[in-house]
Design a protein around this ligand. Structure first.
Ligand SMILES: C[S@@+](CC[C@H](N)C(=O)[O-])C[C@H]1O[C@@H](n2cnc3c(N)ncnc32)[C@H](O)[C@@H]1O
Length: 409
């Protein structure tokens, strides 16, 4: 655990854990507009049910953020939009800070907890506890409505430790409670050199938080590495079934989904895959105001690894439609004919293309500001994200493999 604490303290003292981020840092645009929002979209149907139930009983929500780090789970949970929000409405949030009765953040790292307290400390409805979550008394006190363990937190754990926590939460929580967890995905293209079919042995990677630095800075830093568990679908299923067997029968796995295929944080470092392309930086650029992105560089050149048919098939499929969408956008911007749609174009691609056509047509008429960087490029970022949401198979091919559980009693 000492290495983990050192590594996060280094990241904290780099200044790159400060908000706001944008093109680089912990809070880069990909985290805010791709990863946070994607997780919110996955969680929203369950949260909407929960919020409606709570409102009927005139109750507020209790949120626990396990491995809360800088307390980001609070901002995350209070920035999810309702599914039915007319554009005329400015307050479209599903959960607002005032509808949270209690947010409890638990983390082992004192420095990160201090940062969280500095950001949120004076709010009555928020508390932060320095503790090892494997020793935390989850079954004491009233249960929470939502448990978050975001951004690879349980990759710090062995599967047995995670199983125990899930089992405790399942037994202690009320009907309808939600548990959202993500691990690092075993088959993310970022670390293709680590792919193996040996599922029997737990697989851990030596992880370095090098991506928050520029390329030049990376060369001169001596950063602490720590072990993180990387998992695929089979391992999550195993953890789930073990937790149920131990007595956590109320646990129901509702969703298992990949997040950040091709845009994980280590794409740009190439640290674990010499073929990786700097797609994270390019996606950050798509979402950044007043910055224009070279769309040719966004084309993916996927290099498969032999022996991983299912994983290669998914990556190839995403590459195919990603590149097709970008080729169409380039043609539309240059006022040329778009490439012919291949047979069996998935609905998500057709919808993305239709949205982009409308955006480009409108942007073309706007003579104020920079419509390419303020309208077209962010929309393209969202459409690429939609492609991932529509095509992913929850195999562990993203930087994160997200599991959403609901308690059914
Ligand atoms: C990848 S970070 C995620 C932080 C945060 N959830 C976020 O949204 O950015 C993992 C966090 O888990 C914490 N952590 C790791 N092992 C822990 C343990 N056994 N008990 C408590 N916290 C732990 C680390 O200190 C770190 O803040």
């Amino acid at each position: 655990m000492a290495q983990e604490i050192d590594a996060y303290n280094e990241a904290l003292s780099s200044g790159q854990y400060e908000k706001p981020g944008g093109l680089i840092g912990k809070y880069d645009n990909a985290r805010r507009f791709w990863e946070d929002e994607q997780l919110g979209l996955y969680l929203r149907p369950y949260l909407e049910r929960m919020v409606a139930r709570k409102q009927n009983r005139r109750e507020k929500l209790h949120i626990m953020d396990i491995g809360c780090g800088s307390g980001d789970g609070f901002e995350f949970i209070t920035s999810i939009d309702k599914s039915q929000s007319p554009i005329s409405q400015h307050d479209s949030r599903l959960i607002t800070p005032s509808t949270v009765e209690l947010y409890t953040g638990v983390d082992i790292n004192d420095g990160l907890v201090k940062q969280a307290q500095g950001t949120y400390g004076n709010r009555d409805n928020m508390e932060f506890i320095v503790s090892d979550f494997n020793d935390y008394p989850f079954t004491e006190g009233p249960p929470y409505d939502v448990y978050l363990a975001n951004y690879g937190t349980f990759s710090h754990n062995t599967d047995e430790q995670t199983t125990k926590i899930l089992n405790k939460l399942a037994r202690h929580s009320d009907n309808g409670a939600i548990i959202a967890i993500d691990w690092l995905g075993r088959y993310s293209y970022e670390w293709q050199s680590l792919w193996t079919r040996d599922l029997k042995n737990n697989q851990w990677m030596d992880y370095v938080i090098s991506y928050i630095y520029t390329e030049d800075e990376r060369e001169t830093q001596d950063l602490t590495a720590f072990a993180l568990r990387i998992v695929g679908r089979a391992e999550v299923q195993h953890i789930y079934h073990q937790a149920k067997k131990m007595g956590g029968g109320a646990l129901v796995l509702r969703k298992l989904v990949d997040r950040s295929s091709f845009v994980g944080r280590h794409m740009d470092t190439k640290q674990y895959n010499p073929h990786a392309q700097p797609l994270r930086g390019l996606v950050n650029s798509l979402f950044e105001p007043n910055v224009s992105t070279n769309l040719d560089e966004l084309m993916i050149d996927y290099v498969p690894m032999e022996g991983f048919d299912e994983v290669n098939a998914y990556h190839r499929e995403l590459t195919r439609w990603w590149n097709y969408l970008i080729a169409c956008i380039k043609a539309l911007l240059e006022k040329k004919a778009t490439p012919e749609a291949p047979a069996r174009t998935p609905g998500v691609v057709t919808r993305a293309l239709s949205a982009m056509k409308k955006t480009i047509r409108s942007a073309d008429r706007i003579k104020i500001g920079n419509p390419r960087s303020s309208l077209i490029e962010p929309q393209l970022g969202y459409c690429l994200r939609e492609l991932e949401i529509g095509l992913q198979k929850g195999l562990g091919c993203g930087h994160g493999l997200v599991a959403i559980f609901e308690i059914v009693k």
